[in-house]
Design a protein around this ligand. Structure first.
Ligand SMILES: *Cc1c(COP(=O)(O)O)cnc(C)c1O
Length: 351
């Protein structure tokens, strides 16, 4: 019987029950293994990675492979597509993925059809003849939300594979495999591990043949994570629902206060999760100053961690020009919400 994710996060990936056995998986430091077992060489697998994979699979469904970063997971997926394959993707999204897709498109490695994912009919029209639909929803950092169920159903009818980047929503909010998606991707770096101390990614699928191809891609591109990092990520995953739910509760309180603040012109929030993007009434420099003036909220990139983080996204030269100069992406942490709010007020008072 399947349990609630709050329970699964705590129990999944444990070693077999035996008197005297450790209740947590050991960190298996080995590049090679005695011949004849299920794992032969460290590039193909590792028991600590497997424990983490089992735990993520228990939350997302299907089977999971972990990678040395979210980008390594994305790269593994794109690498199995034929040269020139048509791919439908959002025209706005995570900076690394967008940069990779743009370069693949320019070089002819893939033919990427960039679309506005909130325009459901436009996305469906672009699907004709595509090899893959790549859906990041909500998008980073503009928090656009796709009608996932409708898009997945349409793609399935046309026989087109669908992959969903579920980093922002997490399996607590949506389960794309249950909606019929072929692949779910995570930057495990973010909410699943949650402590700003590990880079990791994952791909989950219900399709055993696809899983094999992705595992080969991981082995031959050398992108399996280390055992210690896998152990750290699993340790973080144990508290993922606790952290996510607390951060989300904080975020829901903060959006109301942010919307009423006279120096804030727009607040974006998809209705769930812990990421808020808001725009400051001021210049790019003033917005930058706000981010640099916080004392509690950490001025840093990344998201989904136990501590609150923020930054002006356009400080990155690679960020899409469609992201406003005055947009701050706030990843709400688990601190007391009043302390976060006081810090936001303090920082806004600096301009
Ligand atoms: C961070 C992120 C990625 C990239 O993952 P890394 O772990 O940084 O390599 C991909 N998609 C989304 C939505 C992200 O937030």
């Amino acid at each position: 019987m399947s349990k609630h994710p709050e329970t699964t996060s705590i129990t999944a990936g444990r070693p077999e029950v035996a008197p005297g056995a450790a209740i947590n998986p050991p960190i298996v430091l080995a590049s090679t293994f005695y011949a004849g077992g299920s794992i032969g060489y460290g590039a193909y697998g590792n028991q600590t990675c497997t424990a983490l994979e089992d735990a993520i699979a228990a939350l997302e469904g299907g089977s999971t492979l972990v990678f040395s970063s979210g980008m390594a997971a994305v790269s593994a997926l794109f690498s199995i597509l034929p040269v020139g394959a048509p791919v439908v993707a959002s025209n706005q999204g995570s900076i690394g993925v967008m940069t990779l897709l743009n370069s693949f498109h320019e070089s002819g490695r893939l033919e990427v059809r960039f679309v506005d994912i909130v325009n459901t009919q436009l996305v469906i029209d672009a699907m004709k003849g595509a090899a893959l639909v790549w859906l990041e929803s909500p998008t980073n950092p503009c928090l656009d939300v796709a009608e996932l169920e409708t898009l997945i159903t349409a793609a399935k009818k046309m026989g087109i594979a669908v992959a969903v980047d579920n980093t922002f929503a997490t399996p607590l909010v949506q389960n794309p495999l249950a909606m019929g998606a072929d692949i779910v991707m995570h930057s495990v770096t973010k909410f699943l591990s949650g402590h700003s101390d590990v880079l990791m990614g994952s791909l989950s699928t219900n399709d055993p043949a696809l899983l094999n191809r992705l595992q080969d891609s991981r082995s031959f591109n050398g992108s399996i994570p280390g055992a210690f990092e896998s152990w750290l990520a699993l340790r973080g995953l144990r508290t993922f629902p606790l952290r996510f739910n607390k951060s989300q509760e904080n975020a829901k309180e903060l959006i109301i206060k942010l919307a009423a603040h006279p120096r804030i012109t727009r607040v974006r929030y998809p209705g769930f999760g812990a990421i808020i993007s808001f725009e400051v009434d001021g210049t790019a420099e003033q917005t930058q100053k706000v981010c640099e003036s916080s004392q509690l909220i950490v001025h840093a990139t990344s998201l989904g961690s136990i501590e609150s983080l923020w930054e002006r996204r356009r400080r990155w030269p690679m960020e899409s020009l469609s992201v406003p100069e005055q947009l701050i992406r706030l990843s709400v942490g688990c601190e007391h919400v009043d302390d976060i709010w006081d810090d936001i007020n303090l920082a806004l008072a600096s301009i």
